[in-house]
Ligand binder design. Structure first.
Ligand SMILES: NC(=O)c1ccc[n+]([C@@H]2O[C@H](COP(=O)([O-])OP(=O)(O)OC[C@H]3O[C@@H](n4cnc5c(N)ncnc54)[C@H](O)[C@@H]3O)[C@@H](O)[C@H]2O)c1
Length: 253
């Protein structure tokens, strides 16, 4: 075991499933002390008992809860913002409430966690902030992902703004932009027909159609995103800030 995050404390949102969970496990394997949070208490319980991981229920749309947990956790070395929802539909399907909810969960949450944790990072001499954007809103659009795409574009932009404002204070801020990754929520969306635009009348057919659009002939694994998160959290990425890192197997080529 290489222990690339030995001695680091990492706070993760949206850690119960998929990319967040794989990252919480990978961070802990690399020696970090991990505070894994999610709104889904039942799914989060799957991380209970893992060495180096403490779990806490947190709804990232609740500003008081974010302030409270940041106060109790204290300064962290790594803030990893993963929590998100996917609104399905075009602009014509997106009500003001849909738009507001998408931005509250996906983007305003990042604004709030950074405001809550950055002062502690500055006081303790630095840190790494990692946000999860998407190929949608960065390298390509997303059919019927209007609000989602808008939130992910905002995350890429705010990542650069934070990186530049604090570049001289040993704060790095990067975002990860995955293409389709085989997470429970992607599989659930395939089941629900939310990928109907990819073709196919069943979830299996839609998955095959989506897979066929990938130059590598496969979708990504959550561990392949977690591996990049470990790198960005570690000191190995010390000269990297303000970037959006694609993890999409060449999907956007
Ligand atoms: N899976 C993909 O294909 C893919 C592609 C591009 C980007 N992403 C992004 O990667 C991240 C993880 O995606 P995923 O597919 O692994 O998991 P996911 O879509 O299931 O979401 C991650 C977690 O966010 C949590 N969450 C939702 N609302 C929350 C709230 N209000 N407060 C706290 N937590 C909340 C969910 O409970 C879930 O555990 C997301 O930001 C997603 O947008 C995923």
């Amino acid at each position: 075991m290489s222990r690339r995050l030995q001695g680091k404390k990492a706070f993760i949102t949206g850690a119960a499933l998929g990319i967040g969970r794989a990252s919480a496990e990978a961070f802990a394997r690399e020696g970090a002390t991990v505070i894994a949070t999610d709104v889904d208490a039942e799914a989060l319980a799957g991380l209970d008992g893992l060495d180096g991981v403490t779990t806490a229920v947190l709804d990232v749309t609740n500003p008081n809860a974010i302030k409270e947990i940041a106060g109790s956790v204290g300064p962290v070395d790594v803030l990893f913002n993963v929590a998100a929802i996917v609104h399905h539909g075009s602009v014509l399907d997106c009500s003001d409430d849909d738009w507001d909810m998408s931005f509250a969960v996906n983007a305003k949450s990042v604004h709030r966690t950074v405001r809550a944790f950055l002062p502690g990072m500055l006081e303790s001499g630095g840190g790494s902030i990692i946000n999860v954007a998407s190929t949608h809103g960065l390298a390509r659009g997303g059919v019927n992902r209007y609000a989602y795409t808008a939130t992910k574009g905002a995350i890429a932009a705010l990542t650069r703004a934070i990186a530049l404002d604090f570049v001289r204070q040993n704060i790095r801020c990067n975002c990860i932009a995955p293409g389709p990754i085989l997470s429970p929520s992607l599989l659930a969306r395939l089941e629900s027909g939310a990928f109907a635009e990819a073709g196919g009348s069943s979830a299996e057919e839609a998955l095959q159609q989506l897979t066929d659009t990938h130059p590598m002939g496969r979708l990504g694994e959550t561990g392949e995103v977690a591996a990049l998160a470990v790198f960005l959290a570690s000191d190995e990425s010390s000269f990297i800030t303000g970037t959006a890192q694609l993890v999409d197997g060449g999907w956007s080529l």
